[in-house]
Design a protein around this ligand. Structure first.
Ligand code: ARG
Length: 572
């Protein structure tokens, strides 16, 4: 179906186009009327005519028969009020449409989404939360829109620390090491290895030799390395399952995957005359990057000791994603501190001809999670917070709240709820803040059933479902007509019809908080409606109409939440 917004926009665009080809009507939803077009002022400037006069001419050329009434306001705003018939038609179409007006693309793209990317033998901590949650929401949105998503979990599984990690594994004995890693004590394992490395020269020597053996591809060393990787990936997988993240072990393509391609990266950069020796390292100086003193900044591709760095791996990854995976888009969900790294990698990849302009390549940056003191979120003893601990605490809080509320819930539903609510709480708090901003982790606020929270939206959905349970008899919407006589009904209907634009805005800008904002607004519209308009106690056509609005609201909340990676339980 074509969304209400799109129907109106097309007609407006025709009228604007007839005065100046390609002129944008700039249509928005509006609190004053239903929609407002603000493009007249810019058009008037182009034409060199008074805006009011241009507005009148647009109105004269505009064919909105059966769609909307239009009025000129202020300096030349066009206020549109949607007609009754259009409302009715659109709502009926929504009722029949499982996608609630969200389109499937006619031009599917291959989209590589690089997200989560924890490090082997290191704990997944709160710093990995945002990339994991935001990346997963976008992966779901892309899939739903009909694109081909290739998820890439670019885990840190290579580098000098693996020498000491493997030696520590040998000291412990394989069985013991596996046992300690599989209980998820990755940080403990890493810390002990580090302590030995710093204190014990013999251990340090063995570790160094082990790195050399690893890099040389020694089979036994590779086998030991694999144990560390497999144990860590199994642990990450548990965390993903607990958070309901769609990443699978198959999506793990770690840094080591690109090892064989690194020589070629260097050779081809050299052949393209881009490599420069600087301080013993081999670097590229992409134009436009300089340090505070105005000196050109190098992207270090190969260090003095012949070792390859993080940048070399990312260059190889871009190349692989473009040439072998045929990516049309590559999106990196990584924190703000790596902004310059990615800008430089993309610039060098473009210089080298590995990244054509037709491929959209973006670092989708996000801010930090802060503690109540506005500093990086840490435990009381100053350690980084494990992601699982966070979720476990949220589960506990959700369970307490359910206990306090003492609702009569189906036992199976009651059992599943704490986890569902905890995920919603943690994910929604993360997704609903503008991703480039930092936010303060406040568990009590995020699990609350009131306010702009995940559980509030889940609760709004469950409340709607309970209306249908109380109805008892099956209900079918064949005979529904929409009169929308009450203002609150009309307000809710407008909200329902705006779902496609909200999705599109969040999707296009890679900003899930826009979808969150929309769902929260819809839930509030529903609350006003429910206060003003009795549903089950009304009768006949009015009851059917109101039930239809309830059904559409429930389905919109459910689908909207699912696109964010949040479940919508039936009861709460
Ligand atoms: N493992 C890295 C870290 O923990 C993030 C990797 C991000 N992805 C990438 N292609 N560089 O900081």
């Amino acid at each position: 179906m074509t969304s209400t917004y799109e129907l109106l926009r097309q007609r407006l665009a025709e009228a604007f186009d007839s005065l100046a080809p390609g002129a944008d009507p700039v249509l928005r939803t509006s609190e004053r009327s239903d929609y407002q077009a603000n493009g007249v002022m810019a058009l008037a400037k182009v034409l060199g005519r008074p805006p009011r006069e241009v507005a009148d001419e647009i109105v004269a050329r505009l064919d909105l028969e059966g769609l909307a009434d239009v009025q000129v306001a202020g300096p030349g705003f066009l206020n549109l009020t949607v007609c009754h018939e259009l409302f009715g038609r659109q709502l009926l179409e929504l009722l029949e449409d499982p996608r609630l007006g969200l389109p499937v693309t006619s031009q599917p793209r291959t989209v590589v989404i690089d997200y989560s990317a924890p490090n082997v033998a290191k704990e997944m901590h709160v710093g990995h939360l945002r990339g994991t949650v935001i990346g997963d929401a976008l992966a779901r949105m892309y899939r739903f829109a009909g694109h081909r998503v290739v998820a890439r979990n670019h885990v840190g599984d290579w580098g000098t620390p693996f020498g000491m990690l493997i030696e520590h594994l040998l000291d412990l004995g394989e069985d013991e090491a596996v046992a300690s890693l599989s209980i998820g004590d990755l940080d403990g394992f890493y810390r002990t290895a580090r302590t030995k490395f710093d204190a014990d020269d013999a251990f340090k020597e063995r570790s160094r030799a082990r790195v050399v053996a690893l890099q040389a591809g020694d089979p036994e060393t590779s086998r030991l390395w694999r144990i560390l990787v497999d144990q860590s990936v199994a642990y990450f997988d548990e965390v993903y399952a607990k958070l309901d993240i769609t990443l699978t072990p198959g999506d793990v393509i770690g840094e080591s995957f690109y090892n064989d391609m690194l020589e070629d990266v260097v050779r081809d950069l050299d052949a393209a005359d881009l490599l420069v020796e600087s301080g013993g390292a081999r670097c590229v100086f992409p134009p436009g990057f300089s340090n505070r003193d105005g000196e050109p900044l190098p992207l270090i591709v190969q260090k003095g000791d012949e070792g390859f760095g993080y940048a070399a791996t990312d260059l190889a990854a871009v190349r692989d994603r473009v040439s072998r995976l045929h990516a049309d888009e590559i999106l990196y969900f990584v924190g703000v501190p790596q902004t310059q790294h990615f800008e430089m990698v993309f610039a060098v990849a473009r210089l080298a001809g590995w990244l054509p302009d037709s491929v959209r390549c973006e670092h989708v940056a996000f801010g930090n999670v802060l503690g109540p003191d506005r500093k990086m979120f840490k435990t009381r003893s100053g350690e980084t917070v494990k992601l699982v601990t966070l979720l476990d605490e949220a589960i506990e809080r959700a369970d307490e709240i359910l206990e306090e509320r003492g609702r009569d819930l189906d036992p199976a539903a009651r059992l599943a709820l704490p986890v569902q609510i905890a995920r919603a709480a943690v994910k929604y708090a993360d997704l609903s803040t503008d991703r480039e901003r930092d936010y303060i982790f406040d568990l009590d606020r995020m699990v609350a059933f009131e306010g702009d929270t995940g559980p509030y939206l889940q609760y709004a959905h469950a409340r709607l479902r309970s209306i249908f349970r109380r109805l008892g008899a099956p209900w079918d919407h064949d005979a529904v007509t929409f009169a929308l006589a009450n203002h609150a009904e009309r307000h809710l209907a407008l909200g329902l019809l705006a779902f496609p634009e909200a999705f599109e805005a969040a999707f296009r800008t890679l900003q899930p908080h826009r979808l969150c904002g929309y769902l929260f607004d819809l839930a509030q519209r529903f609350t006003s409606f429910y206060e003003a308009c009795p549903v089950l106690s009304s009768e006949g056509a009015l009851r059917d109409e109101r039930l239809a609005l309830c059904e559409l609201t429930a389905r919109t909340l459910e689908l909207g939440l699912s696109l964010l990676g949040i479940e919508a339980p039936e009861q709460m």
